[in-house]
Design a protein around this ligand. Structure first.
Ligand code: NA7
Length: 534
């Protein structure tokens, strides 16, 4: 039966953001519904079931910290959790906090329209629901709208095609198959070694070579796990003080890479490479993402590893990246570069030989045709704004969000948008989100939004809305922060540069602790920069 109720809150998305938002909303005694396009909870981890899918933040950190009993009872088994284990965790949380009765699955929100006279939103779905609510909270995820490249002849392919972000639930058996993978970001880097072991032949179509460091994943040491659990809340609090809200067991470096000699530099990179410290490889020195020379020293270290691992000089050359390391998100792998030493794996460098077309039997580059039974698109996402702009969101005076963001997303704190009262975005553009441990950013945003709704109720306000001047200034600050770093130097999805036609704007805010402090201050100052009314 389609819903036609009047509620306090509509939440869009049942990933980790939507789940916790629902929990907090219900704790406040507000009525709420979650609409979710998938058939169950989990968000990113519901959709990304490709072989080898795994989190690149350690499992003891990539989990909720809001409930002491929850964090004590859940036992992660691996250092970096696999997709199935994270999905089991999401399932456990949904059961434990009784969330599912308030969720509508297989239901995609199609529009949200602000009604000025009634000061409420009307939310419609593809299942015929029409719900009105005082607040709409977008928990739509940063990496949830698949990026499918437009390639000539793609529809003519007679074999099977898959996108890593929309993987079949029953899994895919590549045994005996000739498989082509397009894309070598995190999803390609994680899936390629696993597919290579199963497939008869694997052809990897690479446009930009990836920097990746070994995850050195393995079972979690029970002593280490117990040690963290013994002081979990302190551990979480220390992580929140880290620039990207994770990795506090390794103190942030206070040295420039240029301050030490070549031997010491190499030793530091080697230590992090051997220990499997993952994204913290970039944190070896405090200026790897700021100084081009420092960055080059880290990049060159990884390049030397590629030369060591891959004996064929031509393959090694093709695999070697030359962009700034960390500019595109660093990948964590298990045997990625080694995979290209296998006799059943071929690497096609699309910079030398671009794709001309997809044919009924394979992929044709300028060099000839590769015959394939399956094509895997590991081509990423329309990140951060894709899922929001797919919904027809209309604010004051019927202004479409698509129009308000025509020149790139504009928000205040990544939480609110001028002209769109009572609409919140969890980990929206303009907040640290994808540059951090997402679980920490999600909790920080959900707590802020819940406190804000509570404040409005208590003070008798009906609406809250970002002011234009505060938003303009915030957009400038986000850009200025990015400008200090090397992030804007490559065509990354942080900039929207991976999607043809998307406006090139650096979307996340660099630096979690400073951001979180600003949000707290804004709330303490009576939601400074927002207009409260009614
Ligand atoms: P990414 O990191 O955006 O990677 C997508 C890959 O697909 C990347 O190598 C792209 O090359 C490639 N790509 C995209 N379009 C094309 C076309 N048209 N032709 C050839 N190659 C193409 O997405 P992932 O899913 O791997 O990872 C996303 C995030 O998930 C990751 O950062 C982690 O946070 C988890 P390009 O680099 O654009 O040249």
């Amino acid at each position: 039966m389609p819903e036609s109720r009047a509620l306090d809150v509509v939440i869009v998305g049942a990933g980790f953001a939507g789940m916790y938002m629902l929990h907090r909303t219900r704790e406040l005694g507000l009525s709420a519904i979650v609409f979710e396009a998938g058939s169950d909870v989990g968000g990113t981890w519901y959709w990304n079931r490709y072989p080898g899918a795994r989190c690149d933040i350690e499992s003891m950190e990539y989990s909720y910290g809001f409930d002491e009993d929850l964090q004590q009872e859940w036992e992660w088994t691996e250092r970096y959790a696999s997709q199935p284990e994270i999905l089991r965790y999401a399932d456990h949380v949904a059961d434990r906090f009784g969330l599912r009765p308030h969720m509508r699955f297989d239901t995609r929100v199609t529009s949200a329209t602000f009604d000025e006279a009634a000061t409420c939103w009307t939310v419609r779905t593809d299942a015929g629901d029409e719900v009105s609510a005082q607040f709409v909270i977008m928990a739509t995820g940063c990496l949830s709208s698949a990026n499918m490249p437009v390639i000539d002849g793609a529809e003519s392919f007679a074999g099977e095609t898959y996108h890593t972000g929309q993987w079949p639930h029953e899994g895919v058996d590549f045994t005996g198959k000739r498989v082509g993978v397009i894309g070598t970001g995190s999803s390609g880097v994680q899936s390629i070694p696993v597919i290579a072991e199963q497939a008869a032949e694997l052809v990897v179509f690479q446009r930009t070579p990836a920097y990746t460091v070994p995850a050195r994943n393995g079972p979690l040491d029970p002593d280490e796990r117990a040690k963290i659990k013994a002081e979990y809340s302190t551990f979480r609090a220390t992580n929140r003080q880290m620039p990207a809200a994770f990795g506090s067991r390794l103190p942030a470096s206070d040295r420039s890479a240029l301050e030490v000699d070549a031997e010491e530099r190499r030793a530091e990179y080697e230590y992090r490479w051997q220990k499997g410290l993952g994204l913290a490889f970039i944190g070896a020195f405090n200026d790897v993402l700021i100084s081009p020379e420092s960055n080059e020293s880290a990049a060159e270290f990884v390049r030397s590893k590629i030369r060591d691992i891959v004996p064929d000089p031509e393959v090694a050359r093709k695999l070697t990246p030359h962009q700034v390391i960390g500019c595109k998100r660093l990948c964590l792998d298990t045997g990625y570069y080694e995979t290209f030493n296998r006799p059943n794996v071929e690497l096609v460098d699309l910079r030398d030989t671009p794709i001309e077309a997809i044919t009924p039997t394979g992929i044709r580059t300028t060099e000839g045709e590769h015959e394939l039974d399956c094509i895997v698109y590991a081509t990423g996402f329309d990140a951060m704004t894709g899922a929001l702009l797919r919904i027809d969101i209309r604010g004051r005076d019927g202004l479409p969000l698509q129009e308000a963001w025509a020149a790139g997303p504009r928000t205040y704190l990544g939480l609110g948008v001028a002209g769109f009262p009572n609409l919140f975005t969890i980990t929206g553009p303009g907040s640290p989100s994808v540059l951090t441990n997402m679980m920490v950013s999600i909790e920080q945003h959900v707590n802020w939004i819940a406190d804000c709704m509570d404040h409005l109720r208590r003070q008798g306000h009906r609406t809250i809305e970002a002011s234009e001047p505060a938003q303009d200034l915030w957009v400038e600050i986000v850009n200025a922060m990015a400008g200090i770093t090397l992030f804007p130097t490559c065509n990354s999805w942080y900039l929207g540069a991976n999607v043809p036609g998307k406006t090139r704007v650096f979307m996340p805010f660099v630096g979690f602790p400073m951001y979180a402090e600003k949000c707290t201050q804004v709330a303490q100052d009576g939601y400074e920069g927002f207009v409260l009314s009614g």
